[in-house]
Design a protein around this ligand. Structure first.
Ligand code: NAD
Length: 440
C-alpha cells in the first residue's frame, strides 16, 4: 500500500517512518521546506530516540521519501493528516486551521477512492469532510480518524508496540484499508479497535484528560504528603499496585506540560462548555496544573529566602526527559517567575536549549553549556526535567562548586538520604526534606 503523511512533526515523522518500517511505501510531506530539505539529507529535525536509524534505514530501503509538495499525495491509497492543532491564541479551543488548510489544499491532488485519515487530535473531523466535499465535489473518498497516542521520548516504540490502535471509519472500504495498514501490528497481538469517527476522536480527548487528571491527582496527594510527613513515592507505588489504578502516570512533579495534555484538556473543556455540558473535573485539573507550575518557585523561595540577586541553577527545560519539546513546559512558568522575583536563573538542558531560547526572553537568564556550568556559584539548584544526566551528575563535586548546597528536585530523581550524606539541604515533591537548611 502507498500512503502519504501530511505534516512531518513529532507525530507525522514518527508515524511515517514507522509505517515504512511496517513495510508500506510512505511519502512524508511538509510545507516547511527547510525541514524537508534537511530530512532528504538524513537530518532529523527533532530529538527522538531511535528515530534517526528508522528514517535512514527506510530511506535507504526505498520505502520512505520526503516532499514539500502536496501534489505528491497523488496516487496514494491513504493520506494521513498529522499537522499541529495548538491552542488558538487567547482562548482554550484548538486551532484547527492547519488541519482545514491542509485538507483544502490536499484534496485537489487526491485520486478517487482515497481514504483521508485524520491523525491530528481533533474533535470535529466532520468539518474536514465538508471542506473536501466543497473544494473537490467530484472526488469520491472515505474519511477515517486514527488518533495517535504515542509519547514523545519513546515515540518509535509507542508507535510500533502501542497498547491499542483506535480507528474511526464510516465505510467498509475504509475499514478494510485501515485493517490492512495495521495488520502487521494486529499480527503481533496489538488490539485494533474499530468504531465510528466521532467516537475515535473523543476517545483521544477522554484518554488525555484522564491521564492529566491522574497526574494532577498524584500532585495533590504529594502536597498533602508533605504536610503529614508521608512519602508520595511509596503512596503512589502502593496505589499503583492495585490494577484498577495502575502504576503509570503516578509520578509527582511540577505539573504536566507538553504538546498534548495542556492543549487537549483546554480544548475538551472548551468544547464541552460550548455543548452545554461544562466539565468540572477537567477544568479543575487545568486550573490546578497551571497554578502548580508557578507555585513551584515558592518551594525554591522557602529554601533560599529572598531570591533577589541569587544565581539559581535550573537543570532541565524540556517538558520531560528524552525530548527537546518545550511546548507548555513547566520551565516556561518557573524560569520567568524566578526572574520576576529577582533571581538570575542559570539554565541548562541537554537537548532543548535551542527550542527554549526564543521562549525565555528574560534578560537575567544565563544560558549555560553544561549542568556543571549552571551549578557553579549557584545558591540553589532546581531540577525541572528528569534527564538521566542530572541523576548521574557528580553531586559531591557540584556541592563544592555551588555557593549554597540547596537542591530543589521537582522530579524526585535523587535520593533524599544520599543527598543529605553529600551535604545538601534537599527538597523534593511529596517527601520529607533532607539535610540541614544552610544559614542564609
Ligand atoms: P508539530 O507541530 O510537531 O508538527 C506539525 C507539522 O505540520 C509541522 O512540521 C508543520 O510545518 C506541518 N504543517 C502544518 N500545516 C501544513 C500543511 N498545510 N501542509 C504540510 N505540512 C503542514 O505537531 P505534532 O506534535 O506532531 O502534533 C501533530 C498532531 O498530533 C496534533 O494534533 C497533536 O495534538 C497530535 N499528537 C501529538 C503528540 C505528541 O506527542 N507530539 C502525540 C499524540 C498526538
Amino acid at each position: 500500500m502507498k500512503i502519504a503523511v501530511v505534516g512531518t512533526g513529532y507525530v507525522g515523522l514518527v508515524s511515517g517512518a514507522c509505517f515504512a518500517e511496517l513495510g508500506w511505501h510512505v511519502t512524508c510531506i511538509d510545507k516547511d521546506r527547510k525541514k524537508i530539505a534537511g530530512l532528504k539529507k538524513g537530518n532529523i529535525p527533532i530529538f527522538e530516540p531511535g528515530l534517526r536509524t528508522l528514517v535512514i534505514g527506510n530511506m535507504r530501503a526505498g520505502r520512505l521519501e520526503f516532499s514539500e509538495s502536496l501534489a505528491d499525495a497523488k496516487g496514494r491509497d491513504a493520506v494521513f493528516i498529522a499537522v499541529g492543532t495548538p491552542t488558538a491564541d487567547g482562548s482554550r479551543k484548538a486551532d484547527l486551521s492547519y488541519v482545514f488548510a491542509a485538507a483544502k489544499e490536499l484534496c485537489r491532488h487526491l485520486d478517487d477512492q482515497v481514504t483521508v485519515v485524520v491523525k491530528s487530535t481533533v474533535g470535529t473531523g466532520e468539518r474536514v469532510k465538508e471542506i473536501i466535499h466543497k473544494t473537490c465535489p467530484r472526488l469520491t473518498f472515505d474519511m477515517a480518524s486514527n488518533p495517535e497516542f504515542l509519547r514523545e521520548g519513546c515515540a518509535v516504540q509507542d508507535f510500533l508496540k502501542p497498547d491499542r490502535v483506535i480507528v474511526g471509519v464510516e465505510s467498509e472500504r475504509a475499514a478494510r484499508k485501515m485493517a490492512a495498514l495495521y495488520q502487521p501490528l494486529k499480527k503481533k497481538g496489538i488490539p485494533v479497535l474499530f468504531t465510528d469517527v466521532k467516537t475515535a476522536e473523543f476517545t483521544k480527548y477522554a484518554a488525555n484528560a484522564f491521564l492529566a487528571t491522574k497526574i494532577a491527582f498524584v500532585n495533590e496527594m504529594a502536597d498533602i504528603c508533605e504536610k503529614v510527613g508521608a512519602n508520595i513515592e511509596d503512596v503512589a507505588t502502593g496505589m499503583g499496585l492495585d490494577h484498577r489504578i495502575g502504576a503509570d502516570y503516578m509520578k509527582p512533579g511540577p505539573g504536566y506540560g507538553g504538546s498534548c495534555f495542556p492543549k487537549d484538556t483546554r480544548a475538551l473543556d472548551h468544547v464541552a462548555e460550548e455543548l452545554g455540558v461544562p466539565t468540572r473535573i477537567v477544568s479543575t485539573v487545568i486550573d490546578t496544573n497551571e497554578a502548580r507550575k508557578v507555585a513551584m518557585v515558592e518551594k525554591v523561595a522557602a529554601a533560599c529566602g529572598s531570591l533577589k540577586g541569587k544565581r539559581i541553577a535550573v537543570l532541565g527545560l524540556a517538558f520531560k526527559a528524552n525530548t527537546d519539546d518545550m511546548r507548555d513546559s513547566p520551565a516556561l512558568a518557573v524560569v520567568p517567575e524566578l526572574a520576576r522575583r529577582g533571581a538570575k536563573p542559570a539554565v541548562f538542558d541537554p537537548e532543548a536549549m535551542q527550542q527554549a531560547k526564543p521562549q525565555l526572553k528574560q534578560k537575567s537568564i544565563l544560558w549555560c553549556a553544561s549542568a556543571e556550568e549552571a551549578l557553579k556559584g549557584a545558591e540553589a539548584a532546581v531540577i525541572i526535567t528528569e534527564w538521566e544526566v542530572f541523576r548521574k551528575l557528580d553531586w559531591k563535586k557540584a556541592r563544592q562548586a555551588m555557593k549554597k548546597p540547596i537542591v530543589v528536585d521537582l522530579r524526585n530523581i535523587l535520593e533524599p538520604a544520599d543527598m543529605e550524606k553529600k551535604g545538601f539541604y534537599y527538597l523534593s515533591i511529596g517527601r520529607r526534606p533532607a539535610g540541614r537548611k544552610p544559614k542564609l
